[in-house]
Design a protein around this ligand. Structure first.
Ligand SMILES: [Zn+2]
Length: 177
């Protein structure tokens, strides 16, 4: 079983910058922890990037397609103009698809582990969700623009809880097929 992990942004494309954090760095930290957990559970892992490089969204999807990944997950942090915005959410291309059940499993387990507000599963036509040929989900761990959540995102312990939640969601989904 092959899981493709995409740490969002990278290089000049830092993603959101707030509260002294760069989204691209947090995404990579959590993605690497997620990969370690999945490897320890016997899954094959490939990352879109393991260093601070910039790839297009289409390149990320194509890498997963060329590798014939069974599942795709992209890791991001949310950002909003309001410092109060908070919680975790997961995006899939369309509801009532295998990807939506996969995404719901990730979202449920993520919230169980990280304890944040559940913003639920949402639809979006992001390229990494539409150009991938396998079930794909994009996770927004927490709001980097929210001072409390930024503090959490910078801690190894919270990153580990997020990684464990996402891993549990993927593993539970596959085991229930
Ligand atoms: Zn992002």
């Amino acid at each position: 079983m092959k899981i493709f992990i995409d740490p969002g942004h990278g290089g000049a494309n830092t993603g959101a910058i707030a509260n002294g954090l760069k989204e691209s760095e947090i995404n990579l930290d959590v993605a690497l922890k997620l990969g370690d957990i999945l490897k320890n559970n016997g899954y094959e892992i490939k990352y879109s990037r393991i260093t601070d490089i910039n790839l297009t969204l289409f390149e990320r999807a194509q890498m997963a397609n060329n590798w014939h990944a069974n599942y795709f997950v992209s890791i991001h942090c949310n950002s909003a103009a309001s410092r109060q915005a908070n919680g975790s959410e997961t995006f899939v291309y369309k509801f009532e698809t295998p990807a939506a059940i996969y995404g719901e499993s990730i979202q449920t387990q993520l919230i169980l582990q990280n304890g944040l507000r559940n913003r639920g599963l949402r639809e979006a036509d992001y390229t990494v969700l539409t150009a991938t040929k396998m079930p794909a989900a994009l996770v927004e761990l927490a709001f980097i623009s929210n001072p409390q959540e930024a503090r959490l995102l910078s801690s190894t312990e919270f990153q580990m809880r997020c990684a464990r939640g996402i891993a549990n969601g993927i593993i539970n989904y596959i085991n229930e097929l």
